[in-house]
Design a protein. Structure first.
Length: 586
């Protein structure tokens, strides 16, 4: 027996049916702005609340056959029936309601071009299915996809229709009601926590979760000064702000922030302000204060010190909080956060969000990485320990990590070119390393990328000049002459090719790698910052397997600088600082 609602929950139902926004309804019902997000989600899952909503909606229902007719009409819409139609013909078309937008252009020669875009019928069916599940008290998270189409067809036959009863304003509000659409793991957990760490596979919906949480903090007045920190400045711009699931994409028209890229700033209508920061520039975060922070892909940040600096400034407001969204890696920072009692955790896999992912994307990922260690990390969000038999250990690299190198007497750029730039091909490994006045090696940068020959040649030359290297090296067995010609082809007119050396692979990859790994064991090689992808390759490669690109470039670079048996005779010149300062003249 369902008991009657108390006055507060009844008010929540009244407000929810008006706005279709659980957070707003919770605030109107008297819950605090701080807890409204989680309270609204909790109330929507309450049996008594669900029953009351169903009873209130019963008067608004339409016959199932009418719903199925409309849905079938939508799903079977043929774009061909709209092609070649003029604007008046499209307006009078019997299926005009299926048109999302019409783009009309008059060309210079006087001819007209009419482009028609239809509404996404698959998305509409998915949303209706999820709405029906909520109305029927069905969980929307644990979805068995093996017979999804069959079950969807059965449930559509009993669908309680709602969309035809909504006004445009109500429908728009429902589209932006995140607690309604989100899976449970994407909603902020209750409790008095300081940090919320989401460790999830690729495609889980981490970025959307982070953006929606920031938006909720802004709309409830808890966020006035916000830090948006990503792996690089480009990542913050392209993913967190301008991306498909970024802040600009998920913000409703009535609360859209003003974005000023030149100022690294977003400003909302209520005055809340977010500033973007790069995780590879810790000094940017020294000084600024915030009440809210979103850290994206923090397990891949080059300098963990960026997180520490952000924490020092997260001190405004009554209850400052942060969210971290990342694919897991067993870094020292991630392990530290997992052990922190003020940090709550959420974990999720790629498969949990497959209804919102392109089927081909999921198929290709599972085919390529399913059952592999990399797949367990990137898809299943497992934090993996060291690979048995690998030549390098994460703890070893972590213990030798530094933030700055000493004076350097030599700096080299090593290239391990990919045989192809086609999609799915290996990356071109480009690693910069130096030899210090202390006789120890310092890995300065990993510039590896998936690109055409001209693009990786420009990147290698840019690294050479940025770090004032003294030579570029490449393996002769991997098209050495081709590499030299490619480098020459991208030089500006009048520029000379930097000193270039071909090295010959007279021994197998394992034999070449072992002396370099021994240097790490002896504590003689340091990483200046963190290089997530490179370190993943180093700590997962087992001799006998195909050696990866970034690691190959690292081995060649350190072999040239430190392994005397394979390095060419060299003259130690003047000491050079990280950016080429001549220390010997001081």
């Amino acid at each position: 027996m369902v008991m009657a609602l108390d006055a507060r929950r009844q008010l929540f139902v009244d407000q929810y049916l008006l706005s279709w926004n659980a957070t707003r309804a919770a605030i109107e019902a008297g819950y605090s702005a701080r807890s409204a997000y989680s309270q609204g989600s909790r109330l929507l899952k309450n049996d008594e609340v669900q029953q009351t909503i169903r009873e209130r909606m019963a008067a608004l229902t339409m016959q199932a056959d009418e719903v199925l007719y409309r849905l079938t009409e939508h799903a079977r819409a043929d774009m061909g029936s709209f092609i070649g139609k003029s604007i008046p013909e499209l307006i009078d078309h019997p299926l005009t309601r299926l048109i999302k937008e019409i783009d009309h252009e008059v060309k210079a020669d006087g001819t007209e071009r009419v482009k028609v875009k239809l509404h996404d019928s698959q998305a509409a069916l998915t949303h209706l299915w999820k709405h029906w599940q909520l109305a029927q008290g069905k969980p929307t998270d644990a979805v068995d996809l093996t017979d999804a189409k069959e079950r969807l067809a059965q449930r559509l036959a009993r669908l309680t229709p709602l969309l035809e009863t909504l006004s445009n304003a109500e429908a728009e509000a429902l589209l932006y009601d995140w607690p309604f659409w989100a899976r449970d793991k994407q909603l902020a957990p209750p409790g008095d926590w300081f940090g919320w760490l989401i460790l999830a596979g690729r495609g889980f919906g981490k970025t959307r979760t982070g953006a929606e949480w920031v938006r909720w903090r802004v709309e409830t007045g808890q966020a006035r000064r916000i830090a948006l920190v990503g792996r690089t400045a480009a990542d913050v711009r392209d993913v967190m702000v301008e991306g498909e699931s970024g802040l600009l994409a998920i913000s409703p028209p009535w609360n859209m922030p003003k974005y000023e890229p030149s100022k690294r700033r977003l400003t909302w209508p209520n005055g809340a302000m977010a500033t973007t920061y790069s995780g590879d520039k810790p000094d940017q975060l020294r000084g600024p204060q915030h009440d809210t922070a979103w850290f994206d892909e923090l397990a891949a940040w080059r300098y963990p010190d960026s997180f520490d600096q952000a924490m020092f400034g997260l001190r405004l407001g009554l209850h400052p909080q942060w969210i971290g969204t990342t694919t897991p890696r067993p870094t020292a920072l991630v392990r530290q956060l997992l052990a922190d009692p003020t940090v709550v955790q959420a974990r999720g896999s790629t498969a949990e969000n497959r209804l919102n992912l392109a089927p081909l994307f999921v198929t290709l990922l599972e085919r390529k990485y399913g059952g592999t260690r990399l797949g367990r990390q990137e898809l299943e969000a497992e934090i993996l320990d060291d690979t048995p038999g690998a030549l390098w250990k994460r703890g070893q690299i972590e213990a030798l990590r530094v933030t700055k190198p000493p004076e350097l007497v030599r700096i080299a750029v090593a290239i391990d070119p990919s045989a192809s730039s086609a999609e799915g091909a290996a990356e071109t490994g480009i690693v910069v390393a130096g030899l210090g006045v202390d006789g120890q090696g310092y890995v300065l940068d990993d510039l590896s990328l998936h690109a055409s020959p001209a693009e990786w040649a420009r990147e290698a030359l840019a690294g050479f000049h940025k770090y004032h290297a003294d030579r570029i090296i490449a393996e002769a067995n991997q098209g050495g002459e081709m590499i030299e010609q490619t480098l020459r082809s991208v030089l500006d007119r009048g520029d000379r090719l930097p000193p270039f050396k071909l090295v010959h692979a007279s021994r197998g990859k394992q034999t070449r790698a072992e002396p370099v790994s021994a240097l790490y064991e002896q504590g003689l090689v340091h990483h200046v910052g963190a290089f997530a992808e490179l370190e993943d390759q180093m700590t997962t490669w087992v001799p006998g397997e195909k050696s990866p690109d970034r690691m190959d470039a690292l081995v060649w670079c350190l072999t040239e600088l430190m392994v005397k048996a394979e390095a060419a005779p060299m003259r130690v010149g003047r000491a050079v600082g990280l950016y080429g300062n001549d220390r010997s003249r001081r």
